[in-house]
Design a protein around this ligand. Structure first.
Ligand code: NAD
Length: 353
């Protein structure tokens, strides 16, 4: 297969981890007989420094001609002034909006060998393997908002249309069909009208997926169930705000932010893939970054944009084997144990593909 991939290294540890992810994709291409071409472009702080714009037109033009985007991370103390007219994260929001990427997928898997790094007891973490599907372009983060009077009151509106709920629910049910065939839908239908529409629509969409079990949870209960029975979840679908909060809560189960990938998708195969962590300026340039989240993001790119499931699994198994070998970057090393560099860790992953 031929595929064109746009690479946006970004800031901080972004370029360090993205280089490893590209090396993994190159190895996959060589091993499985594919032809992947990579183009690099500017986004985030580095783009502000070079062009004054966190998401230059040229980057969008290049992105439009590719099959998928692989992103490192953006931001850092140099640009972190909340009142600055342009900020690195505007690049992120801008690219999601430009491409209509309405579904954010975040798999959270606990590797048994890393259970000691998670805040829950080992027995609770056994078998934890869930996929968050968060609606990304609607809901309260995109509703109208205003401060009123002398700034002594303010409002934000949570608005969802049935079409917005349907398309993200479809993504969730389809994903569940390829997994353990269960969807948990999160809402607050007991209080919010927009969430009653959410639940009603998810129930309607479920009629087309009779092979998948559907469970509803109120968001407040979900925060507790995620900690008391995390292994019972398969696919979790939620609106923008609830998905934001719950997926962050669940991410601590994996033991380190550096472990987790994400995909932002729309109805066709185009997607944006990035680790969930930020630019980690505290460890940038020291060879300490864990490249796993970015390497697993490349696996998601293979799965969702290129539909190369065997290749995606080869990458995931290589990561699993690397951890089973005892390879550890600083963030996942035992407290007084030794650790290896980003390069050494990634070389071990490559050797297992
Ligand atoms: P962060 O995720 O960058 O770092 C939080 C902590 O986790 C740090 O101690 C860091 O060293 C550690 N960490 C993160 N990724 C790691 C990895 N791969 N390997 C090992 N350790 C890792 O979050 P932050 O410190 O709150 O933010 C730093 C900058 O990143 C800010 O400018 C923020 O705006 C930006 N940010 C960007 C994104 C993104 O690009 N999607 C997301 C979150 C934060």
């Amino acid at each position: 297969m031929n595929a064109k991939i746009l690479v946006l290294p970004g800031d901080g540890i972004g370029p360090e981890v993205i280089a490893k992810s590209v090396a993994v994709l190159e190895k996959v291409a060589a091993k499985f007989g594919h032809n992947f071409s990579f183009e690099e472009a500017l986004m985030g702080g580095i783009a502000i420094d070079k062009t004054g714009n966190p998401l230059p037109e040229e980057t969008l033009r290049q992105a439009e001609q590719t099959d998928a985007i692989l992103l490192g991370a953006v931001g850092g103390p140099k640009w972190d002034n909340p009142t600055a007219p342009v900020r690195p994260e505007q690049g992120l929001l801008g690219i999601r909006r430009h491409f209509g990427l309405f579904a954010n997928l975040r798999p959270v898997k606990v590797y048994p060998v890393l259970a000691e790094h998670a805040p829950l007891r080992r027995e609770l973490l056994e078998g934890v393997d869930m996929l968050f599907v968060r609606e990304l372009t609607g809901g309260i983060y995109f509703g109208s908002r205003q401060e009123q009077g002398d700034g002594d009151s303010a409002y934000d509106t949570m608005l969802y249309s049935t079409d917005e709920v349907k398309r993200v629910a479809d993504v969730a049910f389809r994903a569940a069909q390829g997994r353990r065939k269960k969807v948990t839908s999160i809402d607050k239908a007991n209080v919010l009208a927009a969430m009653r529409l959410w639940r009603r629509t998810v129930v309607e969409v479920h009629e087309d997926y009779s092979d998948v079990a559907l469970e509803h949870l109120l968001v407040d209960a979900a925060t507790m169930h995620l900690l008391t029975r995390p292994s019972s979840f398969d696919v979790i679908v939620a609106g923008n705000m609830f998905g934001d909060i719950l997926s962050d809560e669940a991410s601590v189960l994996a033991g380190s932010l550096g472990m987790l990938p994400s995909a932002s998708l729309r109805s066709d195969t185009f997607g944006l893939y990035e680790p969930i962590h930020g630019s980690a300026p505290d460890i940038a340039g020291q060879g300490k970054a864990n490249p796993t989240g970015t390497i697993l993001s490349a696996a998601l790119l293979l799965r969702y944009s290129l539909q190369l499931e065997d290749e995606a699994q080869a990458v995931e198994q290589a990561v699993e084997q690397t951890l089973a070998d005892g390879a550890r970057t600083a963030d996942i090393a035992p407290k007084s144990g030794s650790y290896i560099s980003t390069d050494e860790f990634a070389d071990t992953v490559l050797s297992h593909i």
